[in-house]
Design a protein around this ligand. Structure first.
Ligand code: WT7
Length: 641
């Protein structure tokens, strides 16, 4: 192992990276060729406004813009000023006039064995029209907020698109959230309607969503109606006059509905995300710029083609589900798979079974899911052919190189490039990501997407040298960026644009850039330890621990130390078949010593059964830390258990 001048954990790890060059067949087939990609990067650097204007030209508008970007009042940027559009026109209406009319838009897979439905563009279009009319019959108007509290059901997609079609604003609350969390969000958004289901299937159980809504409704003064989808069919009490069955509303509704002509800056949806404080933040996205950003990125990064079956496993309760399960694939005229259930039900090979069942070509999932499935060994994916896969993706957290390589070898069979995509609820679209023709370095999210201006800076906004970690910031606006925090423009401005001088957008992440301009995301800014003056990303410690064959999951936190300032404590979950032992404890410490050097001082290794996670699968280190230090863990609404 070669050591550099300043021996930080980060730099040692760089030297160990393997790289993966694109395969010739990938290069031949890709939507964007290497030379086009290089050209796009140059164009995006020279004039990002023009770059995005070109992308916008590929979509349909009722009226074109007077100006591409209005940056006269930062950070309140407006894109495609003066233009009129509707994302649903691009996602549905325009396809009905082409051969795509009878193409499958959504393959919906229920959790119960053998249950699925396929909906063509024409069928989806008509269902959306009907539900748009149903909403209108309840006097829902442009700008009204509609809460959706359902997982990946067909009706969830229909409801989202119907809201957008008439200019209403959807606000999805993940169906794993509590009544308290639902109520808080519904009241903040002042929603007029909640759409939910009687019961949904999750991990072999039926979850009674309607019951949770009942509890939330005790204090939801703005809600006039609750629309209930019949999914599980178990008996529920519908005697409250505000409750309506989805099917009853749909029955009489016409299947024709005009698509509302909207201003490009008209709100599309609100999606709440948690910040560092207890109060959830309502991230607001709009029609025009958002559709341009997600369209351009899906087409180039996930390389979606007319004949592809594309599956993003995300729940629609997350931004990934909004942008890349529903909107972008439909805008591209693709066939998108929606899965209702749990990846381990009825057996841990569920995902591989679904890939083979429908012949999935593109699979986009998260490191947590991959790590969880890897725990069950390589035997399970080997029982399925997975031969249709040609491209893989991951998002949500840093993926350590061992897991990346496992995914590459066992799922992609060494022929599918992996798109490790960095982005956020706030960014709306992929921001730092490879394209299929990129050279891939496992663990790196590659380079900024063309037109996206990213930097790594210190607290004062000065760029840090190559190889050093710093704050990841975005220096120029981008079309799919959030426009504000719902009802709280002050927080939008202060929390994102005033943290680091220069008016740049602060992502809250730490990153470093290597000699090739590749980015290495090191986790949230508060996930970095300072051990005796050495900066150590907890993610890097975790990556080393995860490379040990016995370890399934790991979380590293900092604990105060009177001499060193901080030391590391590591919580580990073992793979099936391994037991905690002093020997294993010793091995892990030795491994860290070997890989990261003596700067990483380990206070303790604790073997645990589970780690506290958000419902989206992110480890909540804040909770571990609070329990370790005996302090208040703060907002726990996003905790899964
Ligand atoms: C945070 C955003 C965007 C969809 C899901 C998460 C982390 C996201 C990556 C990646 C390393 C990543 C960052 C980011 N993150 N993608 N490819 N590599 N970290 O959305 O809940 O808004 O979370 O997820 O820390 O800030 P989100």
């Amino acid at each position: 192992m070669v050591r550099k001048k300043e021996n930080t954990a980060t730099e040692v790890l760089v030297e160990e990276q393997r790289v993966f060059r694109p395969l010739p067949e990938t290069v031949v087939e890709a939507n964007i060729t290497p030379s086009e990609y290089r050209k796009a990067i140059k164009e995006g650097e020279r004039n990002f406004v023009e770059f995005w204007e070109k992308a916008a030209e590929e979509l349909e508008w009722f009226e074109k813009w007077d100006k591409v970007l209005d940056d006269s009042n930062p950070p309140f940027y407006r894109w495609f000023v003066g233009a009129k559009c509707n994302i649903v026109y691009n996602a549905l209406d325009r396809h009905i006039k082409t051969f795509r009319k009878n193409k499958i838009a959504i393959i919906w897979r229920g959790e119960p064995v053998g249950e699925y439905r396929k909906l063509t563009y024409y069928e989806l279009y008509r269902q959306v029209n009907k539900f748009s009319n149903a909403l209108k019959s309840l006097e829902i108007k442009k700008g009204d907020r509609i809460a959706i509290y359902m997982p990946n059901l067909l009706q969830t997609a229909i409801a989202m698109l119907a809201c957008a079609k008439i200019g209403a604003v959807h606000m999805i609350v993940h169906s794993g959230f509590s009544a308290h969390a639902l109520r808080e969000r519904v009241n903040d958004a002042k929603a007029r309607v909640i759409i939910t289901a009687d019961g949904v299937y999750r991990n072999g159980k039926i979850i009674n969503l309607k019951e949770v809504v009942d509890e939330a409704m005790i204090e939801c003064p703005t809600v006039e109606h609750v629309i209930v989808v019949k999914r599980s069919g178990q008996p529920i009490d519908m005697s409250d006059g505000r409750y309506l069955w989805w099917d009853d509303l749909m029955e009489g509704a016409s299947d024709e509905c005009e698509t509302e002509i909207l201003d490009a800056e008209h709100p599309l949806y609100i999606l709440y995300t948690s910040g560092t404080t207890g109060k959830p933040k309502g991230v607001l996205h709009v029609h025009g710029g958002y559709m341009v950003g997600i369209f351009r990125t899906l087409k180039w990064v996930f390389d979606i083609k007319e004949t592809d079956i594309y599956w993003c496993t995300a729940d629609v309760g997350w931004v990934t589900g909004h942008s890349y399960t529903i909107y972008a694939p439909l805008i591209c005229g693709g066939t998108t798979v929606m899965y209702e259930g749990h990846p381990l039900w009825p057996k841990p090979d569920r995902m591989w079974q679904i890939v083979d069942e429908f012949g999935v070509n593109i699979l986009y999932t998260s490191p947590t899911t991959i790590r969880m499935l890897r725990r069950f060994g390589s035997e399970l994916p080997r029982r399925h052919s997975l031969k249709t896969l040609r491209l893989l993706g991951t998002v949500g957290e840093p993926i350590n190189s061992e897991v990346w390589i496992w995914y590459y070898e066992n799922i992609g069979k060494e022929r599918c490039p992996i798109m490790d995509t960095w982005w956020q609820t706030e960014t709306g679209m992929l921001m730092i990501t490879p394209v299929p023709v990129s050279l891939l370095k496992p663990g790196s999210t590659s380079r900024p997407f063309p037109g996206i201006h990213v930097d790594v800076v210190d607290r004062n906004g000065n760029p840090v040298p190559v190889g050093k970690s710093g704050f990841l910031v975005i220096k120029k606006p981008w079309p799919a960026m959030f426009r504000t925090l719902w009802g709280n423009p002050k927080r939008y401005k202060e929390e994102y644009f005033e943290v680091i001088p220069g008016g740049v957008y602060t992502t809250g992440d730490l990153a470093r850039r290597d000699e090739d301009g590749y980015f290495w995301i090191q986790g949230r800014a508060d996930d970095v330890l300072n051990i005796a003056g050495y900066r150590v990303g907890t993610v890097e410690v975790e990556n080393v621990v995860l490379s040990h064959p016995a370890i399934a999951e790991a979380a590293c936190i900092g604990v105060p130390d009177p001499i060193k300032g901080e030391t590391a404590k590591i919580f580990v979950v073992l793979k099936n078949g391994y037991l905690p032992s002093d020997e294993l404890d010793r091995e892990l410490r030795q491994l860290i010593m070997k890989r990261l050097g003596p700067v990483v001082i380990i206070k303790a290794v604790e073997f645990v059964e589970n780690l506290p996670k958000t419902k989206s699968g992110k480890i909540m280190k804040r909770v571990l830390k609070a329990s370790e230090l005996g302090i208040d863990p703060g907002d726990l609404t996003t905790l899964a258990d």
